[in-house]
Design a protein around this ligand. Structure first.
Ligand code: ATP
Length: 235
């Protein structure tokens, strides 16, 4: 479904991602783990078309999207929830959601149907539909940015640290929701620092350190790997 081969990302002379390869099969939930600065966000931004690859390739369902811009990537079927969690604070929840449907703006019936489905999945957003997004709690804003990405009707969803800065009870809800999305057939690449929770929902995982992938395997293999904490802590 998503095939990344030898991908590199540079910031000037800084080599943030150094020729990594990873795959995500259809319907799979894959976690990308690693300490701060390991290169996870740079990888996500590059897949999303927000950063240019210095080398390697990104192929989505057989289509090469390595040089695609963000809109082309979304149109190809891949949506991203960046860790910045930015909502448009003065727009209502409903207006924020409709912005996610930009590429389908001529299909209003389809958008209404998708919105109804998302309201079932995120009842809290339905309740707050007409409220400015800036008045939502952190957890609700995280739900909103995920729902907004889903308005693009992606087949692959990239989630960059959805649990960042949220209270444990809210993190629990976010992970339950990620599991629900997986069960609905969505293919997911999940970047997390929250290793235990990420491995609990993942089929497979990759561990990054200093721009390279240093371990990969099933969630069970990664969990039992004695070297995980050393890699994860960057030790
Ligand atoms: P975090 O969890 O903190 O987001 P990460 O694993 O996502 O960490 P990246 O943000 O991808 O890591 O950073 C990888 C490397 O690239 C780090 O050394 C970081 O300092 C560097 N880097 C990231 N963004 C920039 C930038 N805009 N300019 C220069 N260097 C950057």
């Amino acid at each position: 479904m998503l095939e990344i081969t030898g991908l590199s990302v540079n910031y000037g002379t800084i080599r943030a991602v150094r020729g990594i390869s990873l795959t995500v099969a259809r319907g799979e939930l894959v976690s990308l783990l690693g300490a701060n600065g390991a290169g996870k966000s740079s990888t996500i931004k590059c897949i999303a078309g927000a950063l240019k690859a210095a080398g390697g390739s990104i192929v989505l369902e057989g289509q090469d999207i390595t040089a695609a811009n963000p809109e082309q990537v979304i149109r190809a079927g891949l949506a991203t929830v960046p860790e910045t969690r930015d909502v448009f604070p003065d727009l209502t929840v409903a207006e924020n959601l409709m912005l996610g449907a930009y590429i389908h703006r001529r299909d209003q019936a389809g958008n209404r149907q998708n919105l109804e489905r998302l309201h079932t999945l995120f009842p809290r957003l339905a309740e707050r539909s007409n409220q400015p997004a800036g008045t939502l709690s952190g957890g609700e804003q995280q739900m909103l940015v995920i729902a907004r990405a889903l308005m693009a009707r992606p087949r692959v969803l990239l989630l960059d640290e959805p649990s960042l800065g949220l209270a444990p009870a809210i993190v629990e809800r976010i992970f339950e929701m990620i599991e629900t999305l997986k069960k609905s057939g969505l293919t997911i690449l999940l970047v997390e620092q929250n290793v235990n929770q990420a491995l609990a929902v993942a089929d497979r995982a990759y561990v990054m350190r200093l721009g390279a992938i240093v371990a990969s395997g099933t969630a069970e293999e990664i969990r039992s790997g004695s070297d995980l904490s050393a890699h994860y802590l960057g030790g």
